[in-house]
Ligand binder design. Structure first.
Ligand SMILES: Nc1ncnc2c1ncn2[C@@H]1O[C@H](COP(=O)(O)OP(=O)(O)OP(=O)(O)O)[C@@H](O)[C@H]1O
Ligand SMILES: Nc1ncnc2c1ncn2[C@@H]1O[C@H](COP(=O)(O)OP(=O)(O)OP(=O)(O)O)[C@@H](O)[C@H]1O
Ligand SMILES: [Mg+2]
Ligand SMILES: [Mg+2]
Lengths: 471, 471
């Protein structure tokens, strides 16, 4: 007969590790570094701390046995971030779908899976525990744990733990794990990832030590940092029936009108009253009424109404763009171009989630001529290096008629696109490309065209000057 | 402070429904139909039953209120398959990561998520339960359940259930759910999906009733069906440290040699002895010894050795290709071409998983001329319609130098690629494109070239004949 069984979410992502980006030793080494670095940046710049991040990738000396043992590496990432409280430490690193980022706010992390996927891959290919040291700002202790994930139960299994008195005010986290990798193939991608991270975070100090013994140092070049994003309440345009039921079950509001005002963003007292009147729904309705049998049609009508009524757009306090000045400086540093332009667009929304598109274009100078624009994609400040051709930015940039901007390929053109949102619609949990949500796609197009028009002005002026010189 | 919390896997796929393919009402309608149809085909042709599948998509009559209520549809899929035992019914439809397909065998389903993702999307956009009728072959009853998923707990919540005495020997399943959709946008994709399913399954009888009142009927044109695939034991080339530990914990084998022979495929007595000798490991070792503290290096060495030793390739009994004859007939039926060729390659393996690549090429006749080949992708008999540009088949077919096969674009060329495996390395749980695993990529290339060479012979002969006619 059929073998029916359930599977823990840890076993699911162990068996299907390619879904999380751990498809082979090359990608796995890259993905593990990413997940740790993105956690360190979330613990620093999203918390108002000037980041100091030290990345070390070292080969594991395998006793030379000629038994085909596969190359393994010890990855260690240390930061000066807010740290992990000891009460959450085991779960944060040992339980898949455990996170502090399940809130509505722009962060790099969002799934509660990243570091656990790396820990799982390490367990599968090296059999060793992850080691975490951490101290929070307020605490007087540094805590340490070595743990593995009990895959069948999706629970942390602590092998060792320690506690020391903290000297001074150090706070931060250091994560170390061992896994099978392929540095020779992963090297260029990992270097590119770290460089592209540093170039848009000039307020961060980053050190990368490689298995070849190289040390790459990205110094802090400014102390000015974008404001950390705030946490938002849900926006009515993004609500669904399940989410509304969940809000109703946990709310303290005594009436439907109060629920709308207190549980959502963009709904003030006046708006709530007007909204409920327009759809003929009683403002004094007790929220729990909506959960009763027979009330399904009213609940559905309310959700449809919340999605349709023109509530004001979500605020951008929950976002943290890179900044057009930083994008321009970064492009100049990377490419020594003859021309650079960048824009940070005003906030828009997709399904109740605010987003900001930023575009930078660099032209000429030391940029190599290519058959198509060199596209640098970013989402929530994360550089995206794989899966380009199904990404919304690639779709837009490759569909632009560059001829109308005086660009004939091959040409020396770089386009940087950044999408910042409280929810980036990635195509997969490995966060390599972004889905083509219509609102985001049209905003990227507008932003690219805005800067391309400025480039055209420069190019036609340059052409006229060269004409003049010839005569 | 930080809000640390865990999330059930049901909540995870509700919040991130785009990961499962439910990104908007158009894709959601398509994905829901797919998930139900693929479950019905797994319950029939993978079980030696000639499939009868009835798909109905009907609009939900919303009372015309002008309150912007969004279009909803009732999707119903019925089959004559093996049915779902009542003891597993609630979990099969109400618990994310519950499946009968967590075994090593070629099936369309593999994640234990598909129908639950559709149920969740229905709950979020229509608030109604899924309804399931089912009867298994041996049972004297038909069982019915209406249930919803308790998202926070990832448990089924049965709202209603019933049991009737079965008259006759009916067996099968009928699944009905309601969700928000967009038939006008989804129509062409859903029709294409069903047609492309029918064309490679001529032994299946499929009826599709659409919201427009159309009835599409795909009659059975043969009673000959491929043998259902068998279940495999793991192959040593695909093992990792976690999996080996799990095997050790559950095995009844008293010695390591017996464990290798009984728990793996492709390891006979003689091979096991030779393997353990070569790596200097004691065949009489008690398996549980390997789990003890201090034995990690031996365990790692054993896993590395299992991945390196040239055990014979996995058998193909666990696979079920379409068949080159069916592919040719299908391409003729779809395109009325002037030439068709197809091949079913011999089995290969990726990471211990057997796979078979099949390719069909059709040329000329009624095929429209296009700037690039029209690519029809399939994986485990599922038509893949989205995410083409990051798919391994697209990568291969678009990189072929078609000029050397006498093809100049625009040209009337169709290429069908089918990848059948005990584990298809999809890029996402929505099963729309396949990762470019090197073994699979090179096998697709070999298969396409094999058939392209035959096409070239035809085209050059045709060119010579036309030359002769001119003189
Ligand atoms: N370096 C760190 N400093 C502080 N907290 C950390 C650090 N690394 C991990 N954490 C904590 O552990 C949690 C789990 O991390 P994990 O990477 O698994 O998920 P995530 O970052 O929330 O989401 P994602 O899966 O998208 O990365 C984080 O939410 C954070 O609270
Ligand atoms: N029509 C059906 N007939 C028989 N069994 C079914 C049917 N539909 C679903 N099932 C059972 O329910 C289980 C869960 O289905 P579900 O689609 O969620 O997962 P899956 O098919 O195993 O994997 P995937 O997520 O890849 O689709 C199946 O494994 C199967 O045992
Ligand atoms: Mg993370
Ligand atoms: Mg399924």
């Amino acid at each position: 007969g059929e073998k029916y069984r359930e599977m823990s979410v840890a076993e699911f992502f162990a068996k299907n590790k390619e879904l999380a980006g751990f498809s082979n030793p090359t990608r796995a080494l890259y993905q593990a570094v990413r997940e740790l670095v993105e956690n360190s940046l979330d613990a620093t710049d999203a918390k108002g701390i000037l980041p100091w991040i030290h990345i070390s990738i070292a080969p594991v000396p395998e006793p030379s046995q000629g038994d085909g043992s596969r190359p393994r590496y010890v990855i260690s990432v240390e930061d000066n971030g807010v740290g992990v409280p000891v009460t959450s430490m085991a779960m944060a690193f040992g339980k898949v779908l455990f996170s502090s980022k399940y809130v509505i706010r722009q962060t790099r992390g969002m799934y509660g899976l990243g570091v656990k996927a790396a820990v799982l891959y390490g367990q599968m290919t090296a059999g060793t525990p992850v080691e975490v040291f951490s101290a929070t700002k307020g605490s007087q202790y540094v805590h340490m744990m070595r743990l593995m994930i009990d895959v069948q139960r999706n629970e942390p299994r602590i092998l060792e733990k320690g506690e020391w008195n903290k000297r001074g005010s150090w706070h931060g986290t250091k994560v170390t794990l061992t896994l099978e990798g392929d540095w020779s193939r992963a090297r260029s991608k990992i270097l590119e990832y770290v460089k592209r991270t540093a170039v848009i975070a000039p307020y961060a100090e980053i050190v990368l030590e490689t298995p070849d013994g190289e040390i790459l140092y990205f110094p802090r070049t400014t102390r000015r940092m974008p404001k950390p994003p705030k946490e938002a309440k849900p926006h009515p345009h993004g609500v669904d029936i399940e989410q509304l039921k969940s809000i109703i079950r946990s709310t303290r509001a005594k009436t439907l009108k109060d629920l709308l005002v207190t549980e959502f963003q963009s709904i003030g007292e006046k708006t709530a009253v007007d909204f409920l009147e327009r759809y003929g729904i009683d403002p004094k309705l007790k929220p729990r009424e909506l959960l009763r049998k027979g009330r399904e049609r009213l609940l559905r009508r309310l959700v449809d109404a919340l999605m349709e009524y023109p509530f004001r757009s979500p605020k951008s306090d929950y976002l943290s763009p890179i900044g057009s000045d930083i994008i321009e400086i970064g492009l100049r540093r990377m490419f020594a171009p003859e021309w650079v332009g960048a824009v940070t667009r005003s906030p828009k929304a997709h399904r109740g989630h605010p987003f900001i598109v930023e575009v930078g274009i660099a032209y000429g100078g030391s940029i190599e001529s290519r058959d198509e624009p060199l596209l640098l994609r970013y989402a929530n400040k994360i550089p995206l290096l794989y899966e380009e051709r199904e990404d919304v930015s690639y779709k837009v940039v490759s569909s632009i008629n560059w001829k109308q901007y005086n660009i004939d390929f091959p040409a020396p053109l770089v386009v940087l696109v950044h999408i910042a949102s409280t929810k980036v619609p990635y195509k997969g949990v490995g966060k390599e490309s972004v889905s083509d949500v219509p609102e985001i796609e049209s905003e990227i197009r507008n932003a690219v065209q805005e800067i391309a028009r400025k480039l055209r002005i420069y190019l036609s002026r340059k052409a006229r000057e060269q004409e003049a010189i010839k005569r």
